[in-house]
Design a protein around this ligand. Structure first.
Ligand code: AMP
Length: 391
């Protein structure tokens, strides 16, 4: 149950409000190529403006090496937000210190300021109390709307809550409600679909979902480790030899709940133009590799999905970046969209497959946080959420 105070529970009129957003968007040559995360924060931003607050927005962007790097500046984001809001958005060249303080002091009700990348300070990721204090000193209230960063206890997500009354924004609230409902009180059957490269990244998620879901469908590169664990040679496929025991345990634990692919698309090289074959799960010839799940698997998985009450999907079924190995991922995207289930998609790749298929509006909820949604599916408390005031 969502039991945290939200922006609606506090009075922000005339106050300076520090909002942690997740504006970690892809930028190419100074242009934002996907603005989903910025748009997702607009309900909170517009609400606070309407309430007469002055907004100070902060976020990290990319992975700068703990120091200022123009390639990761928030300036283009500030400009883009100005266009979306159709109003002037100020920008401060630092997120703490004199520049940030002067820019914050100049704000009037309804004004919006974007601070420079929080990760330009190495103290951010260390959750340094002094950095958190300086950030907090800019404002009267803290709002966390950065679901995509809520699984990290950093200065701007968790540290800052020690110094200011702290509440959730609308996006954070919506994300948590959808995922919480799916995990704790799902409409059944509850079907989880997991794909992507590695089992080791998702062991905790699979374990937890085996206790919550009715069926867990496994595809993608991580299925290869299960095949090898069953004694099949996997040729040149991506495989995690140190996860073989874990895979065996999961198969034992999962019983009939855990469903693995029954066929696969194999290729003679890692290339879209490779020679390919569809084979049943079994030995992969030397020199060949598994790059997608096969059509029979897609048929089986689609049937399970069509009967679901709740579907959660994270991770592609194959190397979907290459069109010849994207078929299963797009077929699963369609099956999820066509189902009458409450559907939740997490992770950039699955969300991209849905968007490329033009099916986004048929999905109940597309999460803006891959890592954060996986941690929730794993049953881990998000530090950025736990730190907010209880209702
Ligand atoms: P993840 O970040 O763990 O969700 O993994 C996503 C990546 O898994 C994508 O880039 C896919 O290309 C990759 N992937 C999916 N299936 C396979 C496979 N059979 N072999 C190698 N990589 C795969």
């Amino acid at each position: 149950m969502f039991n945290k105070k939200s922006v609606k529970d506090i009075d922000v009129k005339g106050k300076k409000v520090l909002v942690r957003v997740d504006f970690n968007v892809p930028i190419k040559d100074g242009k934002i190529s996907d603005d989903t995360r910025i748009r997702a924060a607009l309900p909170t931003i517009n609400y606070l403006i309407d309430q007469g607050a002055a907004l100070i927005l902060c976020s990290h962007l990319g992975r700068p090496k703990d120091e200022p790097d123009p390639a990761y500046s928030m300036k283009p984001v500030a400009e883009y937000l100005g266009e979306l809001l159709n109003k002037k958005v100020a920008f401060a060249e630092d997120c703490i210190g004199p520049k940030a303080e002067a820019a914050a002091a100049a704000l009037k009700p309804g004004d919006v300021l974007v601070l420079e990348n929080t990760r330009f300070h190495k103290e951010e990721k260390k959750n340094d109390p002094e950095m958190a204090r300086q950030l907090a000193s800019l404002a009267d209230v803290f709002v966390n709307d950065a679901f995509g960063s809520a699984h990290r206890a950093h200065a701007s997500t968790e540290g800052v809550t020690k110094f200011l009354p702290s509440v959730a924004g609308f996006l954070l609230e919506k994300e948590i409600k959808y995922l919480d409902q799916a995990i704790e009180n799902p409409k059944r059957p509850f079907v989880a679909i997991l794909g992507g490269a590695k089992v080791s990244d998702k062991i905790g998620v699979i374990k937890n979902l085996l206790t919550k879901a009715d069926t867990v469908l496994i595809g993608g590169g991580m299925a290869n480790t299960f095949f090898k664990a069953q004694g099949y040679p996997v040729g040149d496929s991506l495989v995690e030899d140190d996860a073989l025991d874990t895979a065996r345990e999961l198969v034992k634990e999962g019983g009939s709940k855990l469903r693995l692919p029954v066929d696969m698309v194999i290729a003679d090289k890692f290339d879209n133009d490779a020679q390919t074959k569809i084979i049943d799960v079994g030995p992969v010839p030397d020199g060949w590799r598994i790059l997608d799940v096969g059509p029979e698997t897609v048929k089986n998985f689609s049937k399970v999905i069509s009967e679901a009450g709740t579907v959660v999907w994270n991770g592609p079924m194959g190397v979907f970046e290459m069109s010849n190995f994207a078929k299963a991922t797009f077929a699963v995207a369609k099956a999820v969209a066509d189902s009458h289930a409450i559907s939740i998609i997490g992770g950039g790749d699955s969300a991209a497959a849905i968007a490329q298929s033009g099916l986004a509006d048929k999905i109940s909820h597309i999460s803006t946080g891959g890592g954060a949604s996986l941690e929730m599916l794993e049953g881990i408390q998000l530090p950025g959420l736990a730190a907010l005031m209880d209702k």
